[in-house]
Design a protein around this ligand. Structure first.
Ligand code: PLP
Length: 396
């Protein structure tokens, strides 16, 4: 069992700063992550970036094994990037797509993925279809089965949407899609670090994720998993001198592993911080973290559901650590502001970030609260009391 008080004691941001409920936005790093990043920046300032990087060469290389452990794959299937979106765009751009091909996405699709999907589909003459959700708000597996055909090139899945507590049935969806011969790209940006996400269990081709959210790593970091067997079939236009080599004047070669998606330049300090964050998670235990996040978010959800004038907006039979709600008679940004005044950090999720889902439900914005395992039950109760006060004020 993770002790939230101990976890908080190891988190500089937890010292007297109120109740932090925004790990789905940008979480608070543990001390080791902060010290690793700052320590490396100091070292670079002392001896220069090249020598400083050389000193940490082994740890940078070990990072691939750490993430392979975390994601249940081989180190050759891991690449590091500067964001989840960069990971996603690199993969999406490398998947061959032609006129008449079909791309499927789900109602939970994130704008950062939907925009490139819609634009590229239009450019090449591909068709985009949305897989409807079932009554519970989860992906409808029957509807997916109906939409999959031999034209379907790519199925884009979101494990945990940015705007609410759904934890989608991606394993079932991926199995069907792969059987139909489609590539399956899983956006696990909101799930890695709070629930188990393993390539060897989910059977997807690609997984993308970020450092800054539930992993508690630095901003400006991302990673991806790409299944070894599919790499050879992907395009390689975006490859630079890290992912490829210039072997003769007119001849180049491309790496056969996932690192073809990396660029030569990156922030070494942030990468080391990301690796430290993943090691920290593995030391705690992913299952332990998952249990703790489930417990703390369930407590928050139940607390909020009992407040007059508050409606919890989470969907699905399985829930993530994201708790979304609205307050009757008060716009979400105002709720966020009033909660900030009471020392509670939450954020707003707006319609354009997850347009299909928000339109279907007639929502323009929701308040998003995302407690991590370092939030104690007492803090959850204090946050619920603060929301109750705000909601009472909204009713006059
Ligand atoms: C935050 C988020 C992203 C993008 O992450 P970046 O760190 O901005 O690249 C992608 N998908 C989902 C579901 C997200 O919530």
């Amino acid at each position: 069992m993770i002790d939230p008080e101990r976890a908080a004691a190891d988190t500089p941001g937890c010292r007297g700063e109120g109740v932090f409920l925004d790990s789905a936005g940008s979480s608070l790093p543990p001390s080791v992550v902060l010290d690793t990043v700052i320590g490396h920046l100091r070292r670079e300032a002392q001896i220069g970036g090249y020598r400083a990087a050389h000193e940490r060469g082994e740890e940078l290389e070990a990072g691939y094994e750490v993430f392979a452990d975390l994601l249940g794959c081989a180190p050759e299937e891991i690449a590091f990037t500067d964001s989840a979106t960069r990971s996603w765009l690199s993969i999406f751009g490398a998947v061959p797509l032609a006129a008449g091909d079909r791309i499927l996405l789900t109602e939970a699709e994130y704008a950062g993925n939907a925009i490139p999907i819609l634009r590229r589909a239009e450019a090449v003459g591909a068709e985009v279809r949305v897989v409807p959700s079932s009554e519970t708000g989860d992906i409808s597996i029957d509807a997916l089965a109906d939409l999959l055909d031999e034209r379907t090139r790519l199925v884009s899945l979101v494990h945990a949407p940015t705007n609410g507590g759904l934890l989608a049935s991606v394993r079932e969806a991926a199995a069907l899609a792969r059987d139909a011969g489609a590539y399956v790209l899983l956006d696990a940006c909101q799930s890695v670090g709070q629930v188990q996400v393993r390539a060897d269990e989910l059977d997807v081709d690609f997984i993308t994720g970020t450092g800054r959210k539930w992993l508690r790593g630095p901003r400006g970091t991302g990673f991806l998993y790409a299944r070894r067997e599919v790499l050879a079939g992907l395009a390689s236009d975006g490859v630079d001198l890290r992912g490829g080599s210039w072997v003769e004047r007119g001849r180049t070669e491309v790496r056969e592993d996932a690192r073809r998606f990396e660029l030569w330049e990156f922030s070494i300090a942030d990468r080391l911080g990301l690796i430290a964050a993943a090691r920290y998670l593995l030391d705690l235990g992913v299952a332990e973290v998952e249990a703790a996040v489930q417990a703390v978010s369930a407590r928050l959800r139940e607390g909020l559901a009992s407040v007059d004038g508050v409606e919890v907006r989470d969907l699905g039979p399985r829930r993530s650590g994201i708790v979304s709600f609205t307050v009757e008679g008060m716009p979400a940004p105002r709720v966020v502001e009033l909660l900030a005044e009471r020392g509670v950090t939450v954020t707003v999720s707006r319609r354009p970030s997850t347009r299909i889902d928000m339109e279907r439900r007639g929502l323009t914005e929701v308040v998003r609260a995302s407690p991590h395992y370092f939030v104690s039950p007492g803090e959850v109760d204090a946050a619920v009391a603060a929301v109750a006060e705000v909601a009472a004020g909204a009713r006059g």
